[in-house]
Design a protein around this ligand. Sequence first.
Ligand SMILES: Cc1cc2nc3c(=O)[nH]c(=O)nc-3n(C[C@H](O)[C@H](O)[C@H](O)COP(=O)(O)OP(=O)(O)OC[C@H]3O[C@@H](n4cnc5c(N)ncnc54)[C@H](O)[C@@H]3O)c2cc1C
Ligand SMILES: *[C@@H]1O[C@H](CO)[C@@H](O)[C@H](O)[C@H]1NC(C)=O
Ligand SMILES: *[C@@H]1O[C@H](CO)[C@@H](O)[C@H](O)[C@H]1NC(C)=O
Ligand SMILES: *[C@@H]1O[C@H](CO)[C@@H](O)[C@H](O)[C@H]1NC(C)=O
Ligand SMILES: *[C@@H]1O[C@H](CO)[C@@H](O)[C@H](O)[C@H]1NC(C)=O
Length: 512
Amino acid sequence: MWHFLPLFPVLLSYTYGLPNVVERYVSTGGTCCSLVLNGFSASTKSKLSFRNSTSFTDQQSGRQGYWTQQEASLLPACRLTPTCAEDVSSAVIILAQHNCHFAIRGGGHMSWAGAANIQDGVTIDLGQMKSVVVNDERTITQVGPGARWSDVYSKLSPMDLSVVGGRVSDVGVAGVTLGGGNSFFAPQYGFACDGVANFEVVLASGRIVNANLHSHRDLFRALKGGNNNFGVVTRFDFKTFSKGRVWGGFIVYPYQTLQSQVQALQDFTTASGAGTDPYASVINAYVFGTTGPAVIANQYTYTKPQPYPEILQNFTGFQPQISNSMRIADLLNITDEVGSGTPNGFRQLFGTATIANNASLFIQVLAIAQQVFEPLKTVTDFQASVVLQPIPRTITNKGITSGGNSLGLDGRDDLIFIDLTIQWSLAQDDPVINAAAELFLRRSIAFAKSQNLYNQFLYLNYALQAQDPIAGYGRWNQFFLRQVARKYDRRGVFQRLVPGGFKLWRDDVDCC
Ligand SMILES: Cc1cc2nc3c(=O)[nH]c(=O)nc-3n(C[C@H](O)[C@H](O)[C@H](O)COP(=O)(O)OP(=O)(O)OC[C@H]3O[C@@H](n4cnc5c(N)ncnc54)[C@H](O)[C@@H]3O)c2cc1C
Ligand SMILES: *[C@@H]1O[C@H](CO)[C@@H](O)[C@H](O)[C@H]1NC(C)=O
Ligand SMILES: *[C@@H]1O[C@H](CO)[C@@H](O)[C@H](O)[C@H]1NC(C)=O
Ligand SMILES: *[C@@H]1O[C@H](CO)[C@@H](O)[C@H](O)[C@H]1NC(C)=O
Ligand SMILES: *[C@@H]1O[C@H](CO)[C@@H](O)[C@H](O)[C@H]1NC(C)=O
């Protein structure tokens, strides 16, 4: 926060929010679990399981499991599986009062250890709160914070409805939405967070409030990008629209199509490209793996049942094709396919940078990727993908009309989110993988900066733990978010007692 000094000295004259007592008298996890249990009535006690109990191990497996090995390896002292906002409220009151460390888990897909789980603390696992309810007018869909996008699409697709949701069925609604949320519908309606009409939130005080355009409007805006810094969201109310089947799938090409790919991406990521047809989206992925030469695996979606629309023909025309799954299907089927390449149980890392829309820059970034990742091909189960995601200004200008979000992207530039994802299997390889990820990001960012083609935004949902996406929202938004946190969480419960996620005040940022 030091670069903040000249602008907002008030922040420094004020030891943020936390009475020292929080630091001095932190209760142990076991004590916290017992306190929460004692605070619950007899009928709700079964919602808490100690780690020494059999129900606990059951919850660790299958669909209840985390996406990554790193997250699954942490053992909380107990896990709480609330079924309603009141359960969450009772727990938060007790945890805050006794200075207990806790974690908030939605769909469990954030990759790093401790993002949504906590060693020896209390994990609030929202997985049982996954109901999806459409109102009679079919204008709003209320979604529980433990729902996955599969729960949403399997309810809405048969009704020919949709919301601005994620692109992978198994990923959590909560994390995606609170971090922004890129979507097949982003070109039409903005990010997933911009599609929210109301959040029901449990605040640090235990109070349950609704945040929307008319009530707690500052909190409403803050939550759209603010991750877990303001409370536990217990319901998302999404604006709902008519939507039948769509056209989508993957086409995989040999790496040799690189030059035409980057040119097509640059042409597409503009107001005169993607901006002319909001039904089209492209996920342009460069994949370096152990099992053969690098490939380019593009996911295309057209959110109408129309095959090979003109807007995508620059891409879809490339030959040769290694495989092609383009088809008309419902969103559940499409989002199941996107997720089929990303099973649970590996070690995983995400990292990000945002760059200008410039084909010669993409070539440089991919050359860096090749240099950094080719030598890692011998690492067990290694796969690195450099995913280039087009964010034309026609996406980022949508947030403005729905009450604003906290991302700081304002429709001025056509951008590319670089989403680096690395998969591997063995903990012994962590150091070499982490070093490679940081090297790739540092070199790519340095090059982009040298060409004046760098943007400070860092997409929170793709960020490395060591990155600071909140700073990437820009000084004004960072200041705004800190003010909102002070207003709704004076003691800093969600800053200090919930260590997971991307905090508003950081002293541990050491990468890019
Ligand atoms: C296979 C895969 C596909 C993806 N596809 C997309 C995509 O299409 N679009 C996109 O934008 N992103 C995508 N992502 C990134 C995704 O947005 C993040 O991984 C996101 O954090 C996952 O949310 P979750 O609820 O599953 O994760 P969790 O790990 O459970 O939660 C993520 C963060 O949100 C916090 N949180 C969760 N629930 C709540 C709550 N109710 N209240 C307050 N805080 C909460 C957690 O504490 C944690 O910090 C993808 C990720 C993966 C692994
Ligand atoms: C599990 O741990 C809790 C708290 O440490 C303890 O009260 C309880 O008796 C233990 N249960 C079993 C089955 O060991
Ligand atoms: C397709 O490619 C041509 C030639 O490079 C370009 O002029 C055009 O803008 C591209 N169209 C789209 C929709 O990207
Ligand atoms: C999508 O639907 C088709 C046809 O029903 C089916 O064959 C395919 O397995 C489905 N794909 C996924 C990923 O579910
Ligand atoms: C891309 O950036 C380079 C500078 O590195 C510049 O010369 C070129 O004109 C840019 N291309 C576009 C399309 O902006």
